[in-house]
Design a protein around this ligand. Sequence first.
Ligand code: URA
Length: 435
Amino acid sequence: MNFLSLIEAKRDGLPLTDAQIRQIVAAGTAGEIPDYQLAAFLMAVFFRGLSNEETRALTLAMRDSGETLKFPNDGRPVVDKHSTGGIGDKVSLPLAPLLACLGLRVPMISGRGLGITGGTLDKLESIPGFTTQLAPERLVRQVQQIGVAMGGQTETMIPADKKFYALRDVTATVPSIPLITASILSKKLAEGLQALVVDVKFGTAAFMPNHGQARALALSLVNLARDCGVPTRALVTGMSTPLGRACGNWLEVREAVACLEDRGPADLRQLVLECAAQLLVLSGKVRSLDTAREQAAGCLAYGRAREKWDELLVAQGADLAAFRRKLQAGQTAPVLLEHKAGTTGFVTACDARIIGEIVRDLGGGRLTKDTVINPDVGIEILAPPGTRVRPGEVLALLHAADAASASAANTRLAAAFAIRDVASGIPQLIAEVIG
Ligand code: URA
């Protein structure tokens, strides 16, 4: 293959054929194209974009670069949800068992956190004994048995995305709508889904800085997924404030359990129920969104989703007794430090980007792929936007590995909170539903 001529074509804004795109994906995945050429190609795509046809071809070629999941048709729709990533975004943890209780099958393949955004796999791995390494056949078997499995991408599934994403990450080519669309949908289409919800975030801590760009990505995802036969809706949601109160891997698992016990924060509950309701309707299980929301809320209220969560943990090797002890322990990080308000007023902002950066630097996230994370560190927000505070009141609780990192984080945390004399309106969490 003359790869140079394909780079030149894309550099000059010329369209590539299906066959050419399949060749690039096959040769790129097999390691037959040097990284510098593949990176040049990705940069050409970043600047020139891809047409809908090219994005479709890229997505399908990436999906087909490895094994795909196949489920028998037993009447239970196979569904999933994907989030473009944010701070405190632990929606997948309560959502997956909830969906299984509602009669759907959920083969959830998730990623790790990189940079400031957290990853579902890292959260799950803070549970004693829980394994996220599920071979495709084991994943399918578990989904057939209990309705849900939560694992990571394996060597044999979507290897093209692994290769391309790693290069994009170090060549500043991540924020490209066609490349993000192909990356997300290749993974989701490989799961053999019948319905998909994507949570496309915008705001200070999201890939997409504003609502307009998030809408463009949402439309690209919804249109292409439908074109590939998977009914899809996108929720366009704000990510300038962390979701829920807990940020940090174990703290987020604890909050997810609270949500499953129907005593979690309102914003998290709202998003979990909305994703569940959209999937019930999209998959044809329930006719109206209102009925679907009621069913999902009932499942949380009666503790069925919480029971399913324990079933999921046991199926994936978790030590349930150790998990319960950890839940009851309250504090698991060595140092707790209160971050206090210095003035009277209303909290008008709690910047998700700053919170995410601090959690990462406390050891809860990665600067490189090889960083070993500390599952127990993080930040609990006690005064979210809208709260009235007085000097000395606690705005947030820092969970740190040692006193020095707690003190450094405490200093930086002041910049995350804005306190004003007058309360400001709190933007709606779900700005728009597309599809
Ligand atoms: N999430 C993905 O899986 N891929 C991207 O390219 C961006 C976000």
